[in-house]
Design a protein around this ligand. Structure first.
Ligand SMILES: Nc1ncnc2c1ncn2[C@@H]1O[C@H](COP(=O)(O)OP(=O)(O)OP(=O)(O)O)[C@@H](O)[C@H]1O
Ligand SMILES: [Mg+2]
Length: 262
């Protein structure tokens, strides 16, 4: 198993429970979509997996990556895991970059941190190829730009590039495609699925059940709890939980409205 999260409970020191007994697993080369409404606890689950929650949060349960419980590793051990074996695409691309450093420089640094012997020129070429594959053509300009000079959708693709260049074993993508238009979003999802075929596992967080439809498994969260988990076809075609049924019919309504406009 690539990722095995068991009985994850996350609360605030005030006692408020944010994530309530969440368990799930992702096999090697599989994609699990975590779907739910706003405030369901999706980002908090991702941040727990990434070891990013501060001491203000009380965490219980285990987060196993392969045979290692990430919650038990020390800082030095974790620094070899995060950013290399496990990469994170954050929900808000605008806050993911340093506003005062050109994109190219930031990408270069993030790659060279884990590839000490890599050549700068080679690294740039690698990025250019990946960015082209993600639908960004004007890479020479983009790499010279500062983050504020680029759109949200461009920054999301750049974040995806910064993650996949590492060839991680696990990619945690929190609303990684929300700023990208619907046509390109489905294409990007297909590309991520292709990477799964090469052995990468993905935890993909989204509001959009349609985007989730390319994944192998879907897990639905509501108010901090998992209300349904199943293989994608089962969840999409025969949802059991009332909240899931609402999500599926909202997705169908949108599709019907789209079909009527054609
Ligand atoms: N430090 C905090 N202090 C207070 N409330 C918090 C804190 N961190 C998280 N929460 C609350 O926990 C809940 C879950 O937040 P989270 O960001 O995980 O939701 P989400 O499912 O990712 O939502 P969205 O789809 O809007 O991104 C929210 O109600 C949020 O306000
Ligand atoms: Mg979120």
């Amino acid at each position: 198993m690539a990722l095995d999260v068991r009985n994850l409970k996350i609360s605030l020191s005030s006692g408020e429970m944010i994530v309530n007994d969440v368990s799930f697993e992702i096999s090697h080369g599989q994609m699990l979509s975590l779907v739910g409404g706003s405030g369901a606890g999706k980002t908090t689950v991702c941040r727990a997996v990434m070891g990013l929650l501060s001491d203000n949060y009380i965490i219980e349960g285990s987060i196993n990556f392969g045979v290692r419980d990430l919650r038990k590793l020390n800082k030095k051990q974790l620094s070899g895991v995060y950013g290399k074996e496990i990469c994170f695409i954050m929900q808000n691309p605008m806050t993911a970059f340093n506003p005062s450093i050109r994109i190219g420089k930031q990408l270069e640094r993030s790659y060279l941190r884990h590839h000490l012997k890599a050549e700068k020129k080679e690294t740039r070429k690698k990025y250019e190829t990946i960015l082209n594959g993600l639908g960004l053509d004007d890479t020479e300009r983009i790499l010279k730009n500062y983050p504020f000079e680029l759109s949200g959708g461009m920054l999301q693709r750049i974040m995806i590039a910064a993650a996949i260049i590492q060839e991680p074993k696990l990619l945690v993508a929190d609303e990684a495609t929300t700023a990208i238009d619907a046509c390109n979003r489905m294409e990007l999802m297909q590309q991520m699925k292709k990477l799964c075929g090469q052995g990468m596992s993905v935890l993909f967080v989204t509001h959009d059940l349609k985007a989730a439809s390319v994944s192998d498994w879907i897990m639905i969260m509501n108010h901090g709890r998992v209300v349904e988990t199943g293989q994608t076809d089962m969840v999409m075609n025969s949802p059991r939980n009332e909240f899931t049924k609402e999500l599926v019919s909202a997705c169908e309504l949108r599709r019907d409205a789209y079909d009527r406009t054609k």
